[in-house]
Write a protein of this length. Sequence first.
Length: 292
Amino acid sequence: MVRIENILCPVDFFPASQRALEYAIALARNYEAKLHILHVVSPLPPASYEYSVDVSILRSAEQEAVHQLDKMAESAKAAGVQALTAVHTGDIDEELKRGVELSKADLVVMGTHGRRGFQRWFLGSVTERLLRHLPVPILTLAATKETESVPPAIRHILVTTDFSEGSADAMSYALSLAQESQARMTLLHVLQDPTADLPERYRGALLRGIQEQLEEMVPDEVRNWCAVTTEVQVGVPYRRILTLAEERSVDLLVMNIHGKGMLDRALLGATAERVIRAAPCPVLAIPPRTAR
């Protein structure tokens, strides 16, 4: 069973990170984990200014961050969660990596949109780079149009698999979250359609074989406490995943970002990137076990 003892939640004080904080608090409460709330003050390089950065501006930003983090920690403590706060100053990527090391984080929960100023916190920059390089799973959440005071309950988890080595890790996390939340689960494989020219009998045999592989991924004892369905679809993977997540009102999408090799990891992968960018629900991305 997956153990989550420390959760790191980077915040930039904008709506997406506030939602991420609420989600992180709920997860920390479920797992009885310690929550670490981190803000990074990151000045632009001096070359971006006509004059060097005034140290007093940085100190003011740090003091305001401490004040904001204290309020966030109080909300976590009110929910019964032990919360620690930290303000780092420096390059956002490097300081977030350092935050993972210092907190011994088992999971990072972060928003995918934020401010434009010292640094943009949105997928395509910070979040995307962390997905490529952090050694721990990252749960990403986008800001929503609705103002939600609490994160939605996790009732339905969608797990995608390409049968690569990382699929077992994605299943482990999904099953752990399903057990904690008493959620049902769908295990999905999308076959990119190379079979259009196959005779129907061979096409049918291929799909049945994939269905059997999916069934074998679900331990027998899991079915005693979790409603698990398996599904094979044919088409463009990211489109089918996003469509299914929308149609089935999925609350959490779990996928590995191992790819077939380290090159895919470096590029993040077209399917993972597109799914994380456009998903209608939070996405838990699992990195290679060898990186952990």
